[in-house]
Design a protein around this ligand. Structure first.
Ligand code: ADE
Length: 225
C-alpha cells in the first residue's frame, strides 16, 4: 500500500513512521509513506502557500493553486483510491474506517493549516474528509499520522501475530479485555486464577465476558449496534 501525505511541515511526519510497527511495515515493503512538501509546488514568491481570506477575518487560508499543482503532479504516477482531507469538520475516524481504508491501494492525505484550505479544492479534489476527534489541532499532520498508523498495522503481514489485530479493542465493537504479564504476584497483587488454568476455551470465554463488561461499563454506545 502507498500513502502519500501533502504537508507544509513535512518534518512533523518523519519520526512517526521510522519506528516500531510502521518501520517494520516499510522494511517489509508492505507500506510506503511519502511525505510531499507543499512549498515545492507553489509558483508564488517566497514559497507562499496561504493568503488572507476573502470577506476578511483572522487567519490565513491555504491557496488552491499549490494544492492542485501538487496533486496533479502526484497523479501523473499514481492513481489514488481516495484523496483525504484531515479536518475537524470531517467524519470522525473509527476502526471501521481504518479497516475499509486498509483495503485500498493508494491513498493521498492533505494536511491543512491555519484557517484551512480553499473550499474549491475541497469541492473538486477531496473525496473524503476525516477528523480524528472533537478538538482542534494546529495542523492535519498528527491526524494523518494517526490514520496512517491505524491503517498500516492492519495490512496483512505487518503484525507478527496475524490474529492480534483481530483481538484489538473496537475490532468487534468491543473494548479489549484486561491483560497481565510477569510477575505473577506484585506487592500482593495477583492475577485472575482462570488465566493460569491452561483451559483455553474457558480463558477465551472469560476474556469475552470481560470485554463485554468493560464495554458496557465504559462505552455502552458501542453495544447499541
Ligand atoms: N486538523 C485540525 N484538527 C483536526 C482534527 N481534529 N482531526 C483531523 N484533522 C485536524
Amino acid at each position: 500500500m502507498q500513502i502519500d501525505i501533502i504537508s507544509v511541515v513535512p518534518d512533523l511526519l518523519t519520526s512517526p513512521f521510522a519506528h516500531s510497527i510502521m518501520k517494520r511495515a516499510a522494511d517489509k515493503g508492505l507500506l510506503t509513506v511519502n511525505v510531499i512538501n507543499l512549498r515545492e509546488h507553489t509558483t508564488y514568491a517566497r514559497a507562499q502557500v496561504d493568503d488572507y481570506q476573502f470577506g476578511g477575518g483572522a487567519g490565513m487560508v491555504m491557496m488552491i493553486e499549490p494544492l492542485v499543482n501538487a496533486v496533479e503532479y502526484l497523479q501523473k504516477t499514481t492513481r489514488y483510491d481516495d484523496i483525504i482531507y484531515l479536518t475537524p469538520d470531517g467524519e470522525t475516524f473509527n476502526q471501521k474506517m481504518a479497516n475499509s481504508l486498509s483495503l485500498k491501494k493508494n491513498l493521498l492525505m492533505i494536511c491543512g493549516h491555519y484557517k484551512g484550505i480553499d473550499q474549491r479544492f475541497r469541492d473538486h479534489f477531496i473525496t473524503t474528509e476525516i477528523s480524528i476527534g472533537d478538538y482542534v489541532l494546529s495542523g492535519g499532520e498528527l491526524a494523518a499520522a494517526v490514520l496512517t498508523d491505524a491503517i498500516g498495522r492492519l495490512l496483512p503481514g505487518v503484525l507478527n501475530d496475524e490474529s492480534s489485530a483481530l483481538t484489538d479493542s473496537f475490532q468487534d465493537n468491543l473494548l479489549a479485555p484486561p491483560v497481565y504479564t510477569r510477575p505473577e504476584v506484585f506487592r500482593e497483587m495477583g492475577i485472575p486464577e482462570i488465566l493460569k488454568s491452561g483451559n483455553h476455551k474457558k480463558i477465551e470465554e472469560w476474556r469475552y465476558e470481560q470485554a463485554v463488561e468493560r464495554t458496557r461499563d465504559r462505552r455502552p454506545d458501542l453495544l447499541k449496534d
